[in-house]
Design a protein around this ligand. Structure first.
Ligand code: K1U
Ligand code: ZN
Length: 172
């Protein structure tokens, strides 16, 4: 089932999410809903708080090439365990901040640990867009948005645009 994506500003997007201890069928169904919502948007990642669920769960699939097989990853309790000194600048977007993009600098390579949908511990090294996206999604679990990396004036400008968008959406 496709879920509604919350738009910034929303207090649920500022919360630190709770770790998941037990991977239940309900959590697996939630992950499936998140993948459906992400592909439909379309996006390359989605974090549970973006649909109003304050659990440490993200989904990502950064395969963009047409004809290449999709690679949906479901990550419970994802954690960056090491990060490169080398950085990468990427013009990021966010499904909770539609049509706004800005350059964010992050570590280029990150090693990430998580639990998969079967409760199995996984560790993998991500580079390039995958590394950027996983870090962006983990930030969501800590109540942090990509605009929090920007200068206050730019962040304020984007927030005002989103407030206006939400007022317009509420009228229709
Ligand atoms: O977390 C989110 O809101 C999803 C976001 C992830 C992200 C994008 C760019 C850099 C870091 C993280 C998105 O998916 S925005 C949409 C997007 O980037 C995209 C959509 C379709 C095709 C390719 C990219
Ligand atoms: Zn986002």
């Amino acid at each position: 089932m496709k879920r509604k994506i919350l738009i910034h500003p929303d207090p649920r997007l500022k919360k630190v999410c709770a770790p998941v201890d037990d991977i239940t069928d309900a959590l697996r169904a939630l992950a499936d809903d998140m993948l459906e919502t992400m592909y439909d948007a379309p996006g390359i990642g989605l974090a549970a708080p973006q649909i109003g669920v304050l659990d440490r769960l993200i989904v990502v699939d950064c395969v963009k090439e047409e004809g290449e097989a999709p690679r949906p990853l479901v990550m419970f309790n994802p954690e960056v365990i090491s990060a490169s000194d080398e950085t990468n600048v990427y013009e990021e977007g966010c499904l909770s901040i539609p049509d706004q993009y800005a350059e964010v600098t992050r570590p280029k390579v990150v090693e990430v640990a998580w639990m998969d949908r079967d409760g199995k511990a996984q560790i993998e090294t991500f580079d390039g867009l995958w590394a950027t996206c996983v870090q962006h999604e983990i930030d969501h679990l800590n109540g942090k948005l990509f605009i929090d990396y920007l200068k206050p004036l730019k962040r304020q400008m984007i927030t005002r645009k989103m407030q206006k968008l939400k007022r317009e959406q509420a009228r229709t």
